[in-house]
Design a protein around this ligand. Sequence first.
Ligand SMILES: [Zn+2]
Length: 162
Amino acid sequence: MDAEKWKDTILAKSREYVEMGVSVASDLTEKGKTQAKILSNQAKISRAQRQLGALVYSLAKGNEENQPLVDRYIDMIDSIEQENRQLKAKLTPAEASEVEHASVDVEADMADVMADPVQEEAAPAEDAAETAGEAGAKKFCPQCGAEVAADALFCTKCGAQL
Ligand SMILES: [Zn+2]
């Protein structure tokens, strides 16, 4: 194969990939985006619930109280659940039920959902932070500088949202 032919083959191949990319992107309908957002919210709710559980446990164990921080978690869970109810209202019952079934695997798929470019488009800063958290990087509270768990939603020292 001479150099010209080889170049043509490469160009044809890359056009093929570009077209594939375009068709994949157009498959992401409004419905798909809504479903992806609901799933990502559900993953966030279960993460907040786990952290709230751990917080309440450690407070009770140390015979301490931090009601403002507990309230922040509850408010956050409430507002995400409310958002999901609104999102589900946009779907047909069949589409909403697809999400219900998918949510069983949401923990396993969470990394995929987080890595989804559509998610980054929806909330770039937040998702970038979450991806960094998933990688296990050290994280510090921007308010008080305390070291916090990589996936913590709130600072345990000052209660700032992370
Ligand atoms: Zn803090």
